[in-house]
Design a binder for this molecule. Structure first.
Ligand SMILES: C[S@@+](CC[C@H](N)C(=O)[O-])C[C@H]1O[C@@H](n2cnc3c(N)ncnc32)[C@H](O)[C@@H]1O
Length: 339
């Protein structure tokens, strides 16, 4: 038996691992990127705002970390060309992905396995951090916090050695477990903090955005949030490479890990609030439009349905948006949202 971090690493990213399959993440679950092109359009608007804030540099890099099959950058590039040609000409679109470059992806999208340093622009990580493998800790019958071990073939679990080293401090600071409550669990978020700090650290100037399922101190799930998905359905978590393995992100810890002199503003809001600010509204078109412009009405109605899905409370609208601006202020409007 091995720890969940090693088991997840092999199951998701090892040879034949879940994210190396040709079908890609979209074959198994729907992110906001797949739900509607309105998501990419909204992120294009965010890129435009950052471009303004940076004084329209000659080159603006948009990095998509955990890019799947490049769907977001494809849509973002197309939207920018159609609506902001002056900006589109200056965009450098760069996917960062552990899976290989998909065949047929246009040459105007770069493909890297690592984040490149010193980029000025926007870094986006949509549903990336929840797939950064982490270990799991559990309180045993004697009140000792131990690592959870798992059999990669069956998903059967056992408790291993007491949690040690940097993980002890991480738990105390971010996810204290009451020793009087055997069975309480926590995901040890140190690797995610490090991953996010590296991502934010890669920006010379610009904005980093993490969008994910998240929780904050005082509101952690008492038994952790490990879950597995295959072909759109939740399944029992077995780290055998046949399903996505994910757990919600301790985003407050990630944001704190990257905070420092370079980070001017940190903000945590919901996708619902953020998309509203970027002009995505689920409001239905006025009925009288149906008579005067039937096809426009039908298009507006469809867009309103998609916007409603992206902003739905309890659904995609509840996703956390963690924003950190590096050597620049947040664009106008964002500072009005709760910190
Ligand atoms: C849930 S998918 C999200 C895909 C896409 N961002 C979307 O929203 O549709 C997570 C992706 O992150 C990739 N990934 C995970 N860790 C990574 C890393 N350290 N560097 C680059 N990509 C990574 C996985 O291979 C997978 O394609």
């Amino acid at each position: 038996m091995i720890g969940w971090r090693d088991a997840t690493e092999t199951a998701l990213y090892g040879p034949g691992g879940f994210f190396r399959q040709p079908v890609g993440p979209a074959g198994h679950f729907r992110t906001s990127v797949h739900a509607s092109p309105l998501f990419a359009a909204a992120l294009t608007e965010l890129v435009r705002q950052v471009d303004e804030a940076l004084g329209r540099p000659a080159e603006l890099v948009v990095t998509d970390v955990g890019a799947g099959r490049g769907e977001l950058l494809l849509a973002l590039g197309a939207h920018a060309r159609a609506h902001h040609p002056g900006l589109a000409d200056r965009l450098v679109l760069r996917a960062v992905e552990r899976a290989g470059r998909p065949p047929g992806l246009p040459a105007w999208i770069g493909w890297r396995t690592r984040i490149e340093p010193a980029a000025n622009g926007v870094l986006i990580a949509n549903e990336w951090l929840d797939n950064v493998p982490v270990d799991i800790a559990e309180v045993d019958e004697d009140g000792v916090v131990r690592l959870v071990l798992v059999d990669p073939a069956t998903g059967a679990e056992a408790l291993g050695a007491p949690v040690a080293g940097a993980d002890v401090g991480w738990l105390e600071r971010w996810w204290p477990l009451d020793p009087a409550e055997p069975g309480l669990r926590a995901e040890l978020g140190g690797p995610r903090d490090a991953a996010w700090a590296e991502a934010v650290g890669s920006l010379g100037r610009g904005l980093a955005l993490a969008v994910d399922y998240a929780h904050r101190a005082g509101d952690r799930p008492p038994f952790g949030s490990l879950a597995a998905y295959r072909e759109g359905r939740e399944v029992h978590p077995v780290p055998d490479g046949r399903s996505d393995l994910t757990s919600h992100v301790a985003l407050d810890a990630c944001l704190a890990a990257s905070a420092g002199e370079r980070v001017v503003h940190s903000l945590w809001t919901t996708q619902r609030e953020a998309l509203r600010l970027l002009g995505v509204s689920g409001a239905r078109p006025p009925l009288e439009q149906a008579g005067r412009d039937p096809s426009g009405y039908v298009r507006a109605l469809a867009a309103a349905g998609e916007a409603a899905e992206l902003t739905e409370p309890g659904g995609l609208g509840s996703f956390a948006w963690g924003l950190q601006s590096v050597r620049m202020a947040l664009p106008a409007g964002w500072q009005t949202l709760a910190p």
